[in-house]
Design a protein around this ligand. Structure first.
Ligand SMILES: Cc1ncc(C[n+]2csc(CCOP(=O)(O)OP(=O)(O)O)c2C)c(N)n1
Ligand SMILES: [Mg+2]
Length: 335
């Protein structure tokens, strides 16, 4: 097991790339804040699971991959979609259940999927995305195009059988696959210490003879570096890596959860380690950007999200006749 959380690491990305990382994290944050506002306005039907606090994981990983590398993620995966380039209005239309959504409004918050951007699935069933990512990695290996599959999942998912089956198959077939565990310390309302006998999820990689890497999931550059290494390994035919991103969700599990089970000191400690604030402070300290430039980028992200919500709210509802063709394949004959 290695630990890539290394302050001495060099090779910082170019200034434009660093600002792009900041912008993407701000866009994810403001997207989720907008979902929350829209929920309170009654525009979101059903629940929604937000990822404020975990932006550095999505942005760090996606920024280190190719645009055609296939991704799977969970109900908490809005950030992955925005980081990959899903337009905010298309994502919000989906979350509002409108026909302009990426799944024509038939999927909702837990099903942001966009095959053109190789966003091959968000899953409401815990652990269900991992075997699909194994399939995507097998396809990538077979077609020889050098693509790498990545799958995002929570700490709780690592107690599900499909996690173990997926790591095993990926290891035995040396698949080009990156397992990204977002360890936010909780599975729904349960602290990880009540459900999981190991402190570091990365140690579970040992059982499958693959590297298990612990990364500060609130450090976007550390996440990007770890992913770059894992992707290079996978593209070289050396097989999968398990990355454990230590992070925290600022809000409750879903919109109905006030998260009162979390100690106040714990929340305060993680809020002080907000990934966007940490990266902003680093950019200012290194002279890469002035605070007012970063504030302007953040404000533009907020405006983008507000405008996208206004656009999404105008999108028409799906028609009843849309359901059948979206659910069943067209008949191919009379047999
Ligand atoms: C197979 C299955 N069991 C239980 C649930 C109910 N459930 C939804 S989210 C969740 C917690 C998962 O925690 P974790 O994997 O840590 O992800 P997080 O929500 O923290 O991102 C549970 C138990 C489910 N959706 N699927
Ligand atoms: Mg969790």
């Amino acid at each position: 097991m290695t630990d890539t959380d290394d302050d001495t690491a060099t090779n910082l990305p170019a200034r434009d790339e660093q600002l792009a990382l900041f912008r993407d994290m701000a866009r994810v944050r403001e997207f989720e804040e907008q979902v929350q506002r829209s929920y309170l306005e009654g525009l979101v039907h059903g629940t929604t699971h937000l990822c404020q606090g975990q932006e550095a994981v999505a942005v760090g990983v996606v920024s280190a991959l190719r645009p055609d590398d296939p991704l799977t993620y969970t109900y908490r995966g809005h950030g992955v979609c925005i980081a990959r380039g899903m337009p905010m209005a298309d994502a919000l239309s989906e979350i509002f259940g409108r026909s302009g959504g990426v799944s024509r409004g038939l999927g909702g918050s837990m099903h942001l999927t966009d095959p053109e951007r190789h966003l091959i699935g968000s899953f409401g069933i815990v652990g269900a995305g991992l075997p699909c990512a194994v399939g995507a990695a097998l396809a990538a290996q077979m077609d020889g195009g050098g693509r790498v599959s990545a799958t995002f999942f929570g700490d709780g998912s690592t107690n599900i059988g499909s996690f173990h089956e997926s790591l095993n198959l990926a290891a035995i077939w040396k698949l080009p696959l990156i397992f990204v565990c977002e360890n936010n310390l909780y599975g729904e309302f349960s602290h990880i210490s009540h459900t999981t006998p190991v402190e570091d999820i990365a140690t579970r990689a040992i059982a499958y003879a693959m590297p298990g890497v612990i990364v500060d999931g609130n450090d976007v550059l550390a996440m990007r570096r770890a992913t770059t290494e894992a992707a290079a390994r996978a593209r070289a035919g050396k097989g999968p890596t398990l990355i454990e991103a230590k992070t925290y969700r600022h809000r409750g599990h879903s919109r109905t959860d006030p998260a009162k089970y979390r100690p106040e000191a714990e929340l305060a400690e993680w809020l002080a380690r907000d990934p966007i604030k940490l990266f902003a402070a680093a950019l200012v300290a290194s002279g890469t950007a002035a605070q007012h430039e970063l504030d302007a980028i953040h404000e533009a992200a907020r405006e983008e999200a507000r405008a996208a919500a206004a656009e999404a709210a105008q999108s028409p509802w799906p028609e009843a006749r849309d359901f059948t063709p979206e659910t069943f394949a067209a008949p191919t004959g009379n047999a």
